[in-house]
Design a protein around this ligand. Structure first.
Ligand code: KIV
Length: 287
């Protein structure tokens, strides 16, 4: 069944919410088939697929391109797109235009904005304009240049109180859920209890209403994997094995096998080459 901001909101305190990042149609389809409730087209796109060192270089154009690819997978999972570096700090009209583009042009069903109470006014106005917004507090990777690195949040009483105040301000502004990144477990618990919208943790322990992980971390595809991540597969190893075998077989002449050896006739392969485009596009790839 199609997930909506309403159905996600109703999951508060109930069954845990599972969110996975995806940046293209293939990974979105797989996350959806696995039953993920939400797909995040995160600006982690920068570190994962685009080869940058942080999320800072990720532009709106990049987010539009990748969000559109995810949206084309037509998932039951709710598609949330990150508002990239700097954009949330433009004057409201320009921010609204960027969020409109993510929803109207690219097909996002919600946007995620980093920042706490300071972002609340703009988020309220976006919600008034009909845009579904997910908040994001704790570690905000778009602040990495200012922070000088990544660290855990909510380790002191003051920081816990600040996180709770930020989360309440976001809830009052109308967000439908809040990501808590790299928060101490006690802080995660305090925020989750303080707000009526679901909290989605990453590196923040088990006390949130749901979890999000970056797909390349889950799959063992990342160059660097944060210590809180559980790797569920070694896809790098599998790809390496397949690619090495292919390279070896091309070099050694074992692939491709001659059609004469396979006993195929020239007429047969000519026929398959002129199958209609739509038929080819929709069916498993012809060999
Ligand atoms: O960009 C991203 O993938 C994120 C998650 C880490 C929450 O913001």
């Amino acid at each position: 069944m199609k997930k909506t901001v309403r159905s996600i909101s109703k999951m508060k305190g109930g069954e845990k919410i599972a969110m996975i990042t995806a940046y293209d149609a293939i990974f979105a389809r797989l996350a959806d088939e696995a039953g993920a409730d939400m797909i995040l087209v995160g600006d982690s796109l920068g570190n994962t697929f685009l080869g940058f060192d942080s999320t800072v270089p990720v532009s709106l154009e990049m987010m539009l391109h990748h969000t559109a690819a995810v949206a084309r997978a037509k998932t039951d999972a709710l598609v949330v797109a990150d508002v990239p570096f700097g954009c949330a700090h433009f004057e409201f009209g320009r921010l609204l235009d960027d969020c409109r583009a993510l929803c109207q042009k690219a097909g996002a069903e919600a946007v995620k904005i980093e920042g706490g109470a300071k972002m609340a006014d703009k988020i309220r106005r976006l919600c008034d304009a009909g845009i579904a917004v997910m908040g994001h507090i704790g570690l905000q990777p778009q602040q990495v240049l200012k922070l000088g690195g990544y660290r855990k949040f909510g380790k002191t009483r003051e920081e816990i109180d600040e996180l709770v105040a930020d989360a309440k301000a976001l809830e009052n502004a109308g967000v439908f859920s809040i990501v808590l990144e790299m928060c101490d477990e006690a802080a995660t618990e305090a925020v989750t209890e303080a707000v009526g919208v679901p909290t989605i943790g990453i590196g923040s322990g088990p006390k949130s209403d749901g979890q999000v992980l970056v797909c390349t971390d889950i799959l063992g595809l990342s160059k660097y994997t944060p210590p809180f991540v559980k790797k569920y597969a070694d896809i790098s190893g599998e790809i390496l094995k397949a690619y090495s075998q292919y390279v070896g077989e091309v070099r050694g002449g074992a692939f491709p096998v001659s059609s004469q050896k396979k006993g195929e006739t020239a007429t047969k392969s000519t026929k398959s080459a002129i199958r209609p485009f739509t038929e080819r596009a929709c069916s498993p790839r012809a060999t």
